[in-house]
Design a protein around this ligand. Sequence first.
Ligand code: 5CA
Length: 437
Amino acid sequence: MYLSKLFIPITKDLPTEAKIKSHQLMLRTGMIKQSSAGIYSWLPLGFKVMKKIEQIVREEQNNINAQEMLMPTIQSADIWKESGRYNDYGEEMLRIKDRQNREMLYGPTNEELITEIFRSSVKSYKSLPQLLYHIQWKFRDEIRPRFGVMRCREFYMKDAYSFDLNDKQAKLSYNKMFYSYLKTFKRLDLKAIPMKAETGPIGGDLSHEFIILAETGESKIYADKKIFDIDLKDYSYTEESLEKMRNDYSSVYAVTDEKFNQKEFDSKVNKDEQLITKGIEVGHIFYFGDKYSKPLNCLVDAQGGKKETVKMGSYGIGVSRLVGAIIEAKYNKNVMKWPKSISPFDVVIIPNINKNNKENLIKSEKIYKELKKQNIDVLLDDVDENMSNKFKKHDLIGIPNQIIVGSKSTEDEFEFKDKDSKSSILKLNEIKSKLKN
Ligand code: 5CA
């Protein structure tokens, strides 16, 4: 893609309404545009990053044999009345009436709808366990939408639902998801800490939030620094290993402020190991047993002819929130560097273009074609602008690798800046192999 052709409405001014870096940067680089309070359009650059995050989330869900499906955004109020949450959900739920005067709503989450689908199709214990998920827009009429895509009204979420015959199997589903979340966040180059959390309107008594550390986060957290010593590589998806992983995490203190108790913290964690900071919740998992299956009458025939209420859990990842959260985690000293796995482009070519001399642009176009042939996703900054402005702009856009075509380049050697901003003069072949790694 040539930068002059890319729909990327970069603005020079700092948007006054944006209070945190990720929101400012997403507006300035034209990743998103607000359409009304807490509702955004995703422009090409932002959309590309979000889709890459979505794909990683999807792959890790598929790895645990969760099956993808798609439920609608608009739901009937009837099932919510059956579960008893229609009134409980309050003003956060966007309620709509259709032309027949039927009560509908824009789904804030999908426990009821998935339970309704399940109860009408699954009759026997033999079909259990099941793990289903979708990636779909949600709407919550937040009283104070803020921080851009971090706390908005319309947001993109991966939500999964597990169905099991008994508590023991349901805990296994929970543990699988727990491990899968840690792997997902690792692929996004994030250090997410699982923390015991309150269950709020979703319900149940077992729940973990996955939190990444960031000063601008809304969650206050208290943890033992030992939690960073736990290494994911030490575990696998076998039942015993997952059990061990959960025990290892449970033995280290890590809670959000809702579960915080100073006495407990001081007695369990040495003063110099205490971590008190803020973080962003990027995922949340719940085990709530029969909270929905009981009122919604979701039963299966168990062995011996008895009927059993299925045991359920639900598991969310904020896919659109992650775009902002990753910026908060990676933006440093006015420079953004996307993790390789989700960067909008693999590399940007930045030629020093001068009105009277097109030589650098011609060289850049040659490099561009070569890299394209190798399936490398490359952006060419063909805009006629001075180099210092170009560098400033690319510090915001955040493509991790740069090829600079200017005074330091020869016919086949160019300046290459990698993701750690380390600069070296390399042949095109060497650049190719670096980008392929
Ligand atoms: N049904 C459960 C699990 S599927 C559920 O809805 N959980 S949740 O409420 O915790 O949301 C899951 C994730 O969605 C959160 O961890 C967060 O990352 C994201 N999220 C929640 N509310 C918002 C919001 N207003 N704006 C952006 N992302 C949000």
